[in-house]
Design a protein around this ligand. Structure first.
Ligand code: NOJ
Ligand code: CA
Length: 702
């Protein structure tokens, strides 16, 4: 492993109100920090000479605290340093990551309270990260956060790609609007299970992507969210200033801290080139290094699932349609009537194993294998899952043996129904069950209100649980893919067994009425800034009524667009989500899904515009092959891509999976054309993408 490390520390012991300045390694960013007349910390940020964050206040309001950590501060000490090293992720978009920043740690004291905090700024070539630190001291021991008041003052009425600032769901389509239009557009933006009382009509989630009138791209998010509540942003429309808005607990408090403690990093990325936002590693670099000694058991996975047929309503998770009258584990299934639609039955699972094995997949997910689904929305909370009791038609051992004989790993599924304490009580036995039967990864889920009632999906209590489940999984050498959990903030660097999250509107919504056709051109700028998404691409049959006559949903995407997602939506966990019978109809297109890699040596972001298009090229970590993906919004588009990323002097065979001339996500989504071409690093390719379309290219050395 290449390891460059340099650190220069200059500490100034001062007592001053003088402005403190920090410049990024490339000198493109300049940070200014000072105290105002009340002793409130204030920062501003310039990029290439223009102000991108106007003067913005910093501070925290505490419960039952005379003064809070808001004002009355003096600067006690300023420590400057430079950091530069290169590290090797266990898996990722590239095999080596440089972490290069300049740091300024400002110690602020509230003199008459005899207590102090540190605000630590790290300025990278992509932008700024900063956090609050609470060192151990006599006069700040346990404290409760009433609210964090971190401001992000915008310098204009930017265009924003936003979803409402919910405390429990991120599964929204994005709205594109001016900042000043957020409140007007808010009611339309609310879909799904959101309740408006939860938040203000100017509250939005991070990662928030914006574009200024001058063509600057600004992204606000957070990194290393642990032991703290998630931050939404609330906009003051009168001055276009966002302020942090933490997720409350059941009694309205926003966080319980004990010094020494730190807040998550607040991040601001800025560039005049949108591809820089996609290629940035700032979020990862602000997280702690890998905490797991042995990572040999952590592996990227390409999988299929007994899943889409339940999502579309063709089959069911539950075994019977009768509501259980007894506690889980006590139901006598020989006395219940099977509904005949239970997909997780041994014979059917074996058919999936055959298909997945024949086409070279690593794993198979099976949902609805365990008792409890008759009441999984939790009408009677006595009937909660125990994660170890299979339905009578699911033979765990027989399936495990069969899968092993076909070189397929079974992927476990734990739907918790949001009953977090119940899950924690069963966690050890659930993971032991997985170890015993050879399951190496688990998809977990947190559908419904969090139990105990009143807690929120993104409050500190639930956030502590998600990490607890991931750490404990590591003890059992289990990889975790959590759905409905808090959106990622780069923790995968520290816990690389966290191989996936949903935490956004995934493909399932294409079967719940559809998603906007440009959704996948926004997600990499928003949700994926924090980490990979289990988006579950690969749908070939767009007319869902063909699977379930009662479901009239339409998948708003072409087949070529579905293929491109394996490259544009980075994830070490990629699913081929459709049914085998739909793949059998399009085996030539399915070839791309079979071929595409899931772990990368390098990634090149060729062109991008949020809401419009993204084109990415990645090189397989295991071979000399490259894969290119383009996803397109609703405007038909022509592009020319330069293959200069290929190794010079080598000749490659490119297979191009493109939209046919008349393809369209709505009217003609299955129209694609496959062509082949010999290419080198000097080649360029001219390609067209249909509305809601795109292209995928595999490039193999000859
Ligand atoms: C919602 C998840 O996103 C989906 O993938 C899963 O199948 C269901 N919950 C059931 O757990
Ligand atoms: Ca979900």
């Amino acid at each position: 492993m290449r390891y460059i490390f340099s650190i220069v520390v200059v500490a100034m012991l001062i007592s001053t109100t003088q402005a403190q300045k920090l410049t990024s390694p490339s000198s493109e960013f300049k940070l200014n920090f000072e105290l105002d007349a009340e002793g409130t910390p204030v920062y501003s940020l310039n990029y290439k000479g223009d102000q991108v964050i106007a003067k913005s206040k910093l501070g925290l309001e505490l419960v039952d605290d005379e003064r809070s950590l808001m004002d009355g501060f003096e600067i006690k000490e300023v420590t400057n340093s430079t950091f530069d090293n290169t590290w090797t992720p266990v898996w990722g978009e590239q095999s080596e990551i440089r972490n290069h920043y300049k740091e300024m740690a400002v110690t602020l004291a509230q003199a008459n309270m005899d207590r102090h905090i540190i605000i630590r700024f790290r300025l990278f070539d992509e932008g700024l990260g900063f956090r609050y630190e609470f060192p151990q001291q006599d006069n700040l021991v346990y404290f409760v956060i009433e609210e964090e008041h971190t401001e992000f003052a915008m310098t204009g009425d930017h265009t924003a790609f936003w979803i409402p600032g919910d405390y429990d769901s991120q599964e929204y389509d994005y709205t594109t609007s001016k900042l000043s239009e957020i409140s007007d557009r808010f009611d339309d933006a609310l879909t799904g299970n959101a309740s408006q009382e939860q938040f203000s009509k100017t509250g939005v989630q991070t990662s928030l992507m914006m574009k200024t009138e001058d063509g600057l791209y600004i992204n606000l998010h957070e990194a290393a969210l642990k032991e703290y509540s998630l931050m939404n942003l609330n906009l003051d429309e009168s001055n276009l200033t966002f302020t942090s808005w933490l997720t409350p607990d059941a009694i309205g408090n926003k966080g319980y801290l004990q010094a020494p403690a730190v807040s998550p990093w607040r991040t601001i990325m800025v560039s005049d080139d949108a591809t820089d936002i996609l290629s940035s590693n700032m979020t990862l670099n602000l997280n702690e290094p890998n905490a797991l000694e042995d990572t040999s058991w952590i592996k990227p996975i390409k999988y299929m699932g007994v899943w889409w047929e339940m999502i579309t309503g063709k089959s069911s998770w539950n075994y019977t349609d009768e509501l259980p009258s007894v506690k889980l584990g006590e139901t006598d299934y020989s006395k219940t009537k099977p509904n005949g639609r239970h997909a997780a039955n041994t014979e059917h699972v074996k058919d999936y194993i055959d298909f997945a094995s024949e086409h070279g997949f690593d794993a198979l997910l099976v949902e609805g294998w365990n008792e409890g689904w008759e009441d999984w929305f939790g009408k009677s909370k006595d009937y909660v899952f125990d994660f170890v009791t299979p339905y009578p038609d699911f033979d765990v051992e027989e399936i495990q043996d069969y899968a092993a004989s076909k070189d397929i790993e079974m992927m476990m599924h734990h739907e918790t129904s949001g009953a977090i304490r119940n899950y924690e009580r069963h966690l050890d036995t659930a993971y032991q069950f997985m170890n015993k039967f050879g399951y190496t990864s688990v998809k977990s889920g947190y559908v419904g209100d969090i139990i105990p009632r009143g807690e929120r999906h993104y409050g500190q209590w639930a956030i502590n649980h998600y990490l607890y489940a991931v750490k404990k999984a590591a003890d059992y050498k289990i990889m975790v893919n959590a759905h409905e959990a808090v959106r990622p903030t780069g923790l995968r660097r520290t816990y690389p067994n966290l191989i996936g999250n949903e935490s956004a509107r995934g493909t399932e919504f294409q079967a719940f009425g559809g998603s906007k056709p440009n959704h996948v051109t926004i997600l990499p700028f928003t949700r994926l800034i924090g980490g990979p998404m289990d988006y579950t691409p690969g749908i070939f049959e767009m007319d869902i009524s063909k699977l379930n006559p009662d479901n009239n949903s339409h998948v708003n995407s072409t087949i070529a667009n579905q293929l491109a997602l394996y490259v544009t939506m980075y994830s070490p966990l990629q699913m081929a989500a459709d049914l085998p019978e739909n793949y059998r109809r399009f085996m030539d297109a399915f070839q791309f899904i079979k071929d595409v890699a899931v772990d990368w040596e390098e990634s090149h972001y060729l062109e991008a515009e949020p809401g419009e298009y993204i084109t990415v090229a990645r090189k397989d970590k295991q071979s000399s092959s490259w894969y290119v993906g383009n996803v397109n919004g609703t405007t038909p588009r022509k592009t020319k891509i330069d293959l200069n990323f290929l190794e010079k002097g080598k000749t490659y065979a490119a297979t191009i999976y493109a939209d046919a001339k008349d393809a369209h996500y709505k009217t003609n989504p299955q129209a694609y054309k496959i062509s082949t071409k010999t290419v080198t690093s000097k080649s360029t390719l001219k390609l067209k993408s249909a509305p809601g379309g795109g292209f995928a290219i595999s490039i193999k050395e000859k």
